[in-house]
Design a protein around this ligand. Sequence first.
Ligand code: G6P
Length: 610
Amino acid sequence: MCGIFGCVLNDGSPAAPLIHSSLKKLEYRGYDSVGIATLSDGKIFIKKDQGKIDEVDKILNLDDMPGSIGIGHTRWATHGAPLKVNSHPHTDCTGEIVVVHNGIIENFLELKSELQNLGHEFVSKTDTEVMPHLIEENMKRNPQLSLEQAVLESLKRVEGSYAFAIISTREPDKIICARNESPLVLGVNHKGVFCASDIPAFLDVTNKAVMINNGELVILDASGYRIKKISDGTAVTREPITVEWTAEMAVKQGYPHFMIKEIHEQPEVLRNTLRIQDHYLDLLSTFLDRANEVFFVACGTSYHACLAASYMFSKLSFLPTFPVYGSEFVEQCGKSVSIDTTMLAVSQSGETADTIAAVTCAQQRAATVLSLTNVIGSTMTRISRVYIGTQAGPEIGVAATKTFTSQLSVLAQLALKLSKKRGKISQDEIDCLEESLQKLPDKVETIVKTQEEKVKQIAKKYANAKVFFFLGRGISTATAYEARLKLMEIAYIPSIAFPAGESKHGPISLIENGFPVVFICPRDETHKTIIGNIMEMKARGAHIIAVVEEGDVDIKSLADDYIEVPKGIPSILSPIAYIVPLQLLAYFVALERSLNPDMPRNLAKSVTVK
Ligand code: G6P
């Protein structure tokens, strides 16, 4: 997730100060590097560097660039570390075609090698850089092509998600934009036209916006904007709408809180996790394949992802893995670490002090450290041997939601990859799981769309409960732990989570009439046994709230309340779907209790002290 902005100003005023201030408003989309390109007197001017916008501005003075046309970018690294060389804008060999991009070009490696064979020189590790070179190549092959036609030709080759803004000295009066799956919106007023990843970027300047759809190309110039279909070039007429949002509402895209916005972003984020380059998964799984024992190390929500992953790796790749809390690792496992140890550290921020301490301990004992994080360029990416990004984009709500499901998706892909390497499960099973992974974003979308109202009602009913129980079996134990953490941290209701089987060894003594117990019940090999566990709780007066597969009449008939999840989600992937209604439950219970879910008391997004 990155932010792009561009403007064509028709009153001769300089574009750079507006691009700079607009990028600041998009900083919530990414903030590890920034760059601006402007056009003046047929020349391109570029300033860019790694670092937050204010830091880079202090050194480069971003406002001081000539020209009334320009584009800018604030970056959240996915391909290539946050370094100046990887910062946008990117150019072709001649420096005449300049591109900013939000999204992921899935086939960039193939395009890059094709272009390199044709003599194009690449300087960055980004996927984006293929685009200016593709345009250059198309214009070289056919000098009659306009910039617009060359962009269209190039888009035919690009697979993946994108919102592009492109300028060129060859047609220095315009910006060309294109959209597929990454957001793009235009702003208009009497002074000019603006393109951006999101409305807050230009809300100070205008509240007249034009939404751009997937598959559309836009030409911005002093006369305004023209929209065309990428597929056949037909013109699209679309009038601006008036946006009534305040600036604060706009950053949250109209949602009242970041947490609910981020819950709703999960289908898109999951789609992005499926675009991770295969060779990263291959590399990490090769290290895991060599390992005799693997420690999964993390804190908080990331630990729950590790717990779920231990079931995935055991079931799919027959690899024993040990999930350990970052804060306990040194005491619990420190002395047993050796050159033969492999550690996979998981952290949204890549900065959690306890996880970093565990990594340092492992390194000192010559272990192999791999990591999974949402922040490329974080401490963890710098100190681990190999890392992989979770592609979730910045998460602002303190309670992790989209980063949890994105971690699970990447971990599932890794387990599958290793499974293939080891040949432990049948090809049919692998195909079936891969297909299910592909379908999961849509299923999560269905859950959010169809269950939110129902969850709201359940939240109303139980908002004053004194205690909650969360129970699951097998991999759903991890879902139970995570659901409990969500409710506890933002709704301040003391909550207990256990593997359902363990509940008989103590926790059941707490049950009295009306005690809410949430059961996570995918229709997997634990289904029959969990029915027994539900009966035990019911017999003691518990109120059962079950998260079930659609049409699961057995459990629905036992439950006081139920939430339905679409059919056909394999057990191993179930936490990705089954956690979603429970994130919603925590959110709505917090609202019922008049609490701000984005800012739970005493908590921090990133805990950098031990
Ligand atoms: C804090 C956050 C949690 C997060 C945990 C681990 O407690 O509030 O949401 O799960 O840290 O953070 P990490 O960045 O390492 O995943």
